[in-house]
Design a protein around this ligand. Structure first.
Ligand SMILES: Cc1cc2nc3c(=O)[nH]c(=O)nc-3n(C[C@H](O)[C@H](O)[C@H](O)COP(=O)(O)OP(=O)(O)OC[C@H]3O[C@@H](n4cnc5c(N)ncnc54)[C@H](O)[C@@H]3O)c2cc1C
Length: 414
């Protein structure tokens, strides 16, 4: 039977940091990865550019984390944004700081981050075994005694006293993160907080979104209303899809929407197509355009205000004759146009699934993990890091930093 000091389940962001740190401490480390190569999810982060981390200070950083970022204080104190940047720069990956405190590799290639971490891990002696899926964590009821895995259809056992579960969440299962860690943890007695896909596209009641499928609106403002109360506003880009809404603004609003859907609340997204102009200024602009282009067909006049794909939808909602000349637009119609441009209402009736969610909310209960070590309070010698924990965060590099920090701390603690 094979024997090692530490087994790490999963070669993602947290697994690689856990492996590097524990091998630096002279432990014999074996990483088991079920996919054919490590870091599959890392490769697609930040649209292939990898938003490595965020420059926010710890006190601000933790406000971006749910359900309670305070759990991360010890992990962030031990290894934070400057540490991952230094580690990557040591490995030859230069970084750049962009809007919103977002760090990316200067090469804009997530693959460079994966390669650097792998190179570092191999330098410090970490062994990787790919195409190897962990089936079960073995314990004697109190402490870890090994893991059972399947490789080429054959079931094997490794003798070890330390296991770090870095198996990720359930989102984007094509990357290997299929939620195995939750089953592994539950089987040895851990509580799994209910799982939800978050940072996820939203489904609208209105089917006219499908007519605008593929349209990206830049620099719009969107407000999330739950039971008619504004709970969050975001500025940025929004995309229409055949089922409803996607894009950065929607992903950021989605967490609150997913939970409100769960509690059967009434949810609306109200889009402001012209956030730079208030109602009064927009009215002046529209009046001016109508006066200047009085003979222009309404359908053409709308091109001054909206992208082409949105025009038939607007004209349908407004019930304005697209063929009539602009000067025939009535004052009532004008008011209606302004209302639609400033306050375009969409009712949210659902969300997309884990396949399209950037992260998973829920997971291994934080009450059962020691935040100072990442060790299980249920089974000794068992550790957790990354998305398998009941932690998730907004977009902006926060999720990867959670994985790097908790991975490093778990690796340091074994
Ligand atoms: C499209 C997309 C873009 C993203 N962009 C960003 C971004 O730019 N910045 C950011 O901060 N966050 C981003 N995230 C989130 C971030 O990628 C994750 O939060 C982070 O990768 C979690 O790291 P992890 O180590 O916990 O899990 P993962 O990186 O998911 O790694 C888990 C690994 O465990 C392996 N595994 C699972 N089960 C088993 C098993 N039974 N046996 C062996 N191996 C197993 C998996 O194959 C996988 O390789 C993005 C997510 C997605 C889906």
């Amino acid at each position: 039977m094979m024997k090692t000091d530490v087994v790490i389940i999963g070669a993602g962001a947290s697994g690689m940091l856990a492996a590097i740190r524990s091998a630096e401490l002279d432990l014999k480390v074996l990483v088991l990865e079920k996919m054919s190569q490590p870091g599959r999810k890392l490769l697609i982060t930040g649209k292939g550019r990898c938003n490595i981390t965020n420059s926010a200070e710890i006190k601000d950083f933790i406000t971006q984390v749910y359900p309670d970022g305070r759990f991360l204080y010890p992990a962030f104190k031990a290894f934070f944004n400057d540490d991952i940047i230094s580690l990557l720069e040591e490995c030859g990956v230069e970084t750049i700081l962009e809007r919103g405190g977002r760090y990316f590799p200067k090469s804009e290639k997530a693959a460079d981050v994966v390669e650097a971490l792998l190179k570092k891990a191999k330098e410090v002696g970490v062994k990787f075994k790919c195409n190897t899926r962990v089936n079960e964590i073995l314990s004697d009821g109190k402490r870890i005694i090994g893991v059972e895995y399947v490789e080429n259809g054959k079931t094997e056992i490794i003798d070890t006293a330390k296991v770090i579960v870095c198996s990720g969440g359930k989102s984007y299962p094509g990357t290997g993160s299929t939620g195995d860690g939750y089953h592994l943890a539950a089987k040895v007695g851990h509580t799994i907080e209910k799982l939800f896909p978050v940072l996820v596209p939203l489904v609208t009641k209105e089917d006219y979104c499908s007519n605008m499928q593929g349209l990206t609106l830049k620099n719009i403002n969107a407000g999330l209303y739950i039971d008619d109360k504004l709970v969050k506003e975001e500025f940025g880009d929004l995309m229409f899809a055949h089922y409803g809404l996607s894009g950065p603004v929607i992903l950021t609003l989605s967490r609150d929407a997913v939970f409100a859907l769960e509690s059967k609340s009434k949810i609306k997204i109200i889009v402001d197509f012209k956030p730079a102009l208030d109602y009064e200024k927009l009215d002046i602009r529209i009046l001016r355009d109508i006066n200047e282009h009085g003979k222009m067909k309404v359908a053409n006049l709308f091109k001054l205000w909206l992208p082409q794909k949105a025009i038939p939808v607007f004209l349908d909602i407004l019930e304005i004759d697209a063929e009539k000349p602009a000067h025939q637009i009535s004052a009532d119609e004008r008011r209606h146009i302004i209302k639609c441009l400033k306050s375009f209402e969409l009712n949210i009736i659902g969300h997309r699934g884990f396949k399209e969610a950037v992260v998973t909310s829920g997971g291994v209960s934080l009450d059962e993990v020691n935040p100072k070590t990442m060790e299980s309070k249920v089974v000794s010698g068992l550790y957790f890091a990354g998305e398998v924990l009941n932690l998730d965060a907004n977009t902006g590099g926060y999720n990867l930093q959670i994985a790097f920090s908790t991975g490093w701390l778990a690796g340091n603690s074994v």
